[in-house]
Design a protein around this ligand. Sequence first.
Ligand SMILES: NC(=O)c1ccc[n+]([C@@H]2O[C@H](COP(=O)([O-])OP(=O)(O)OC[C@H]3O[C@@H](n4cnc5c(N)ncnc54)[C@H](OP(=O)(O)O)[C@@H]3O)[C@@H](O)[C@H]2O)c1
Length: 326
Amino acid sequence: MNTRTLGKTGFKVSEIGLGCWQLGNDFGPVEDKEANAILQTAVDHGISFFDTADVYGGGLSEQRIGQWRRALTTPPIIATKVGRDAALYPDGYSKASLKKSLQASAKRLGVEAIDLAQLHCVPREVLFAGDILTWMEDLKQEGVIKHFGASVEMLDEAKFCCEHPEIASLQILFNVFRQDAVESLFPIAEKNNVGIIVRLPLASGLLSGKMRSDHVFNEHDHRSYNKDGAAFHVGETFNGIPFKKGVALVDSLKNKLPDNQTVLDVSLRWILDQPQVSSIIAGASHSSQVIRNAGVSSLPPLSKETHQLLGDFYREQVRMEIRGGI
Ligand SMILES: NC(=O)c1ccc[n+]([C@@H]2O[C@H](COP(=O)([O-])OP(=O)(O)OC[C@H]3O[C@@H](n4cnc5c(N)ncnc54)[C@H](OP(=O)(O)O)[C@@H]3O)[C@@H](O)[C@H]2O)c1
């Protein structure tokens, strides 16, 4: 597993990380035994960077990580998020409420101070007002957190964050079906030493290539209840693309790739070919998926022709299908 530096944190993190939303049972139920297997398989395959949030499963994801990490001699880097708990979102933000939430996360995770605390898609007016960033600076000074970053929906929010002197990392929606950040964000992030953390690398699983258009998702899976953005931002589910359209686009892309390349490998490798990316936090609901995804770190970069093909395909066939803005 190759490692990269995570922006201003200076942490060396595995270029394939683990997204732990699934451990909150938000992609359908994951039993405790499988949750542990997912976490343990990840470290066994070189993964040293984990992403979670206080709201995943109402704290369940953090709790599972916390219980598991206590037995480790070399604990991995764990990033969590703050700002979407009902006590804060949408208008309960204050330094005291952030501190309370973060201290509760630290307790669940079993850490003294949180490695990386990310603002969790807070309302844009709250972000742009800037006070919340000052509070995060204070909480860093107070030792509640070691570093802070932000997870955002829109590229203008991402660019705003990059200009803040202490933001260490940015978590964004980015994949072969959402490529705009390459030109509009990455040069600014690089200039300001902000590490890019990529979420939805597989567009909620569409780009694994396994999905059929008649697939029925569990009622507790956000890919069922949020497929059109009824519960939270539409971009967080299938990248904002209507499910059946997404499956058709993936099928069409498969036909354009050389026979020896899978859409999953190409999708993850394309992201790794962007040097500004620090880590891809691919989510997994089975340990076998973790092994498969970790393996992409050892694949060679894609050819110039494949990059051209993916760029053209995105501009000509995908971009116009994304709902919720970019
Ligand atoms: N606002 C935010 O800050 C925010 C929002 C969303 C996500 N995130 C973070 O980003 C992480 C990644 O995003 P995501 O999980 O939503 O999307 P993702 O990584 O694009 O997709 C994850 C899903 O893809 C499928 N998958 C993964 N590896 C596979 C493999 N090797 N073979 C077949 N299928 C595979 C699984 O679907 P099945 O479960 O159907 O098998 C898995 O649940 C999350 O876990 C979370 O930590 C943050």
